[in-house]
Design a protein around this ligand. Structure first.
Ligand code: SF4
Ligand code: SF4
Length: 151
């Protein structure tokens, strides 16, 4: 199913410098098959410990962002959050949400992040691709295991 939303990445690299990128455990496992585990950093919020991608100090870019070509060096293995961006399916109503989806008894709102300059241009966005990624996030929340000592 296509939405009335278009997106083709311009490759500006802005999102790879702007955000803390959350990692699902399946992201960690997938990337750890390709590269050394030093890409994982943890953020502590009270009792929660969340794995995120490591950033470089000098430009706050993700360690996998090629600073000159502005390309992702692990593109086929990139985390789920990177595959979803600049979209999200939110369980709470969001002002400016673009569409509503009934999924597993939940009403979800499609959110497009306006911080990405490429929203609205390029190829049609396929809703079922976003839903598949959203399900990965939901499954990870259910299965969430403590961060292991060897990270
Ligand atoms: S901000 Fe948007 S256009 Fe720029 S790299 Fe990220 S997804 Fe692509
Ligand atoms: S993994 Fe790739 S797409 Fe994701 S933030 Fe890093 S460089 Fe960007």
């Amino acid at each position: 199913m296509d939405l009335d939303v278009r997106f083709t990445c311009r490759g500006c690299g802005e999102c790879c410098r702007r955000y803390e990128v959350p990692l699902l455990m399946r992201d960690v496992d997938r990337l750890a098959e390709e590269v050394d585990r030093s890409f994982v950093r943890v953020l502590v919020h009270g009792k929660n410990v969340d794995p995120v991608l490591t950033k470089r100090e000098w430009d706050l870019g993700c360690v996998f962002l090629d600073p000159e070509a502005l390309q992702c060096s692990v593109h086929p293995h990139r985390p789920t959050a990177c595959r979803l961006y600049p979209f999200a399916l939110s369980r709470t109503p969001v002002e400016g949400g673009r569409a509503f989806v009934e999924l597993d008894g939940q009403r979800l709102t499609l959110v497009a992040f306006r911080s990405c300059p490429a929203v609205g241009e390029g190829e049609p966005v396929h809703l079922w691709d976003l839903i598949a990624l959203h399900r990965e996030v939901m499954a990870d929340e259910k299965e969430k295991a403590p961060v292991s000592d060897d990270l």
